[in-house]
Ligand binder design. Structure first.
Ligand code: DGJ
Length: 760
């Protein structure tokens, strides 16, 4: 395991037990890409992989060369204009107007561990033995610029983290107009591309398309990663599925404008590019200044798309998320947003909290509306002090009373925003992002504070810090409810305006970092109108994120399923809400609402004081279930079993690391009649272990077998080999009357199965 450099062949081989990545220093001293995929044997020389040819009339040769054309060579970090016509990984505009560059290999370093990225979120190691890093230094002597390509291979994960750094060593300033985090030239295009796209309230729908000659891309131009596309793409072989076959993942650890693009060229080479969106981006690189790109993480799996996801889950849960909450089970929370919206008083909140406490809920979260003159969407944002008309005892008084109930207290902020009707705006009208002499568009009546300015970030830090110092706050929901328009900073000169989007995100990261450093015990949940900034960048600061403003359980099956392509279960805020649901007006049972929300950072978001006694009984059972199994759910290996995008039935499961315990969730959206007998193949169990299978029900009626001791012989027992080969019997009452226990199947039906290895 590690990174080997062969002096003679001038090749780098990065490998662990699962993957290999091979780079070659070409004869023009640029870098060629030879291979990324399943591990191959270490050899001194892979020259045979370096293919080039003279292609009549379709290749342009290096001066003095007859076979060497970059157009036909797979490269590591290509530029445009010197015989390669594909979209490049970077572009630098020089003082004479030229964009032609020539970065040549100078030296490299190989060492254990992984360096930090200044000001940016990134994966990390806890010891130098966990990963190896290769830094390749390249230099363009004409413009005196150094380029360092960083590669970290994790020893136990099929993943490589990549980023780049440009440093201007010369006297003249240059214009960086493109600086991708990674480029990968793959030798063929026999792939389907998977993207996670959608909109507000239907985020991260799984979409597939076949790669074709030309460009296929997703991006964000909105200032945040956005609801529309997630900074992730996967490539899978046409015959690969969730469980088998080759698949590659590309994920960008960044929360702003991004581009993920695949260009298939005329000879079927597929160039994958990922990084900050070059559209609208420029970065002025002055003397001795450097520009660090965000990090991209590429993953290889020969165990299908689940394999890609499981690698991301583990890496992002344990080596991207940080801090005290990374490994702790997450508190069960009650959030008042869908219960009261803006219409609350301290008494109403305390009544909800008391009821929640009674049901076993652990954390009370006060959402929007507690501050300044906030009585609706038009005022108050920016004034982060309590509205004493509603909360006469302030946040400190309310938080104390909540803690006296035996619960923790959490609070909502939307720190990047301001309403014009606020003290903050009246005092600092020039602090918003707006273009001089142009109209300023609003979103939800609010404006974006210019977080590219240190004094703005300092001011907001002071305000939040004051709240945190005066009150007992254990959790913060950090919301962000609009994108950036008329992007311009009053504090920057004209030639730096192309930097504002990125500087804004650096300001957001800076504020997070400062708050975390000063208040490390706080559990942060990020949010952007639901899942508008559900990206790996945020995960570095906030280990969980409000997955979507769509709280309907049936829609959430799809949203959580799609989100699981990259993000661990522990990161998905998932709440049980009221029926009829506020977004879909649907009436899923309380049991099904719980069964979906179990697979996330679990909570409730409804007025508990309005529920019946029976409903509280169900909630108490759900809370008990979560307390018993949340460790397994948050940390187990997650398998998607059946896609809600493809059928009326969907399922997923989590398995403990020791393979002794698993939970399966099975959903049937619409009921059917006289339906087939059904089985669902399970994964990740030990084929030789004998397991008991127990259906769990939180409904008031006990489900079949629920009182049977899980280790008793009378209980349904199956070997792992049975459950994984013939499957778990999931036949439901709509198949006939054999299961004559009075149970009926309805629309929005679901089941939870707890599977446990029997004690020998
Ligand atoms: C959007 C969030 O996604 C909701 O959960 C809620 O916090 C509202 N904002 C409050 O304005």
């Amino acid at each position: 395991m590690g990174i080997i450099f062969n002096e003679k062949s001038r090749e780098f081989h990065l490998f662990n037990n699962n993957i290999s990545y091979i780079i070659k220093i070409l004869k023009n001293n640029q870098l060629g890409q030879l291979y990324f995929g399943r591990k191959i044997h270490q050899k001194e020389n892979y020259d045979y992989l370096f293919e080039y040819a003279y292609r009549p009339m379709s290749a342009y040769m290096y001066e003095g060369e007859y076979e060497f054309s970059l157009e036909h060579i797979k490269q590591e970090y290509p530029s445009y204009g010197t015989t390669d016509f594909k979209y490049p990984a970077y572009e630098i505009i020089q003082n004479n107007g030229s964009r032609i560059t020539n970065f040549e290999y100078i030296e490299h370093k190989i060492y254990g561990g992984k360096p930090k990225l200044k000001g940016l979120p990134a994966t990390y190691t806890e010891s130098d033995a966990e990963a190896d890093t290769l830094e390749i230094k390249l230099y363009d002597k004409e413009i005196d610029v150094e380029l360092v390509l960083n590669y970290t291979i994790f020893n136990n994960e099929s993943a490589i983290a990549r980023s780049c750094r440009f440093t201007n060593k010369g006297k003249e300033s240059l214009e960086l107009t493109n600086a991708m985090s990674m480029c990968l030239d793959l030798p063929d295009c026999n792939y389907e591309m998977i993207q996670l796209s959608g909109a507000w309230a239907r985020e991260r729908e799984v979409r597939h398309r076949k790669l074709e000659q030309g460009i296929q891309a997703i991006n964000s131009t909105r200032g945040n990663s956005g609801h529309n596309h997630n900074p992730f793409i996967a490539l899978k072989r046409p015959n690969a599925d969730e469980f088998q076959g080759e698949a590659l993942g590309f994920s960008l650890i960044y929360s702003g404008n991004f581009l993920a693009q695949i260009e298939v060229d005329t000879h079927d080479v597929s160039r994958v590019l990922m990084g900050i969106n070059p559209f609208g981006f420029t970065w002025n690189l002055g003397e001795n200044e450097e520009f660090q790109t965000p990090e991209a993480v590429i993953v290889y799996s020969d165990k299908g798309v689940n394999g890609v996801s499981q690698t991301y889950h583990k890496l992002y849960r344990t080596r991207l998320a940080r801090g005290q909450w990374r490994d702790k089970v997450r508190p069960i929370l009650i959030n008042n947003w869908e219960a009261t919206y803006f219409d609350f008083t301290e008494d109403i909140l305390l009544e909800i909290a008391r009821t929640a406490k009674d049901d076993g809920i652990e954390l009370f979260v006060l959402d929007d509306g507690w501050f300044g003159a906030r009585s609706g969407e038009t005022s108050g944002l920016g004034d982060w002090y309590a509205n004493t008309d509603r909360l006469p005892n302030g946040i400190s008084g309310l938080s104390r009373k909540i803690e006296e109930l035996g619960m923790k207290f959490g609070l909502w902020f939307e720190l990047e925003m301001v309403n014009k009707d606020s003290e903050l705006y009246r005092n600092h009208p020039d602090w918003i992002i707006k273009t001089p002499n142009r109209s300023s568009s609003h979103g939800r009546n609010q404006y974006v504070l210019d977080f590219s300015r240190n004094e703005v970030v300092d001011y907001i830090f002071e305000m939040v810090d004051k709240n945190l110092s005066e009150s007992s706050i254990s959790y913060i929901k950090w919301d962000m409810n609009r994108c950036i328009t008329e992007c311009y900073s009053a504090a920057l000169p004209s030639y730096k305006q192309g930097e504002v989007f990125h500087r804004y995100i650096l300001g957001v990261y800076d504020l997070y970092e400062r708050l975390i450093n000063k208040h490390p015990y706080i559990l942060f949940e990020s949010c952007a109108s639901g899942g508008g900034r559900f990206d790996p960048g945020m995960l570095y600061y906030a280990p969980q994120c409000w997955t979507s403003d769509d709280s309907d359980a049936i829609e959430r099956i799809k949203i959580q399923y799609g989100t699981s392509y990259v993000y661990p279960i522990s990161s998905m805020g998932a709440h049980v809400s009221i029926t009829p649901n506020h977004q879909l007006f649907r009436n899923a049972s309380l049991e099904t609402r719980g069964n979906v929300a179990y697979f996330g950072a679990f909570g409730y978001e409804l007025d508990l004081t309005k529920l019946t006694k029976e409903e509280h009984e169900i909630i108490k059972k759900q809370v008990k279930f979560v307390k018993e199994y949340r460790e397994l759910i948050q940390k187990g290996t997650f398998f998607r079993l059946q896609s809600p995008f493809e059928s009326n039935i969907s399922a997923w499961m989590v398995v403990s690391e020791d393979e002794k315990e698993a939970i399966v969730a099975y959903f049937k959206v619409l009921n059917d009649v006289n339906c087939p007998f059904r089985r669902m193949k399970l994964y990740g169990l030990n084929e030789n272990l004998l397991y008991s299978v127990k259906e769990i029900s939180s409904s008031s009626k006990e489900s079949r077998n629920s009182d049977i001791n899980i280790n008793s012989d009378k209980f349904n027992s199956y070997y792992g080999s049975e459950l994984m080969n013939l499957g778990l019997i999931t036949t439901d009452p709509s198949a006939g009357q054999v299961l004559d226990d009075g149970e009926t199947c309805t629309d929005y039906w679901s089941k939870i199965y707890v599977i446990r290895a029997k004690e020998k």
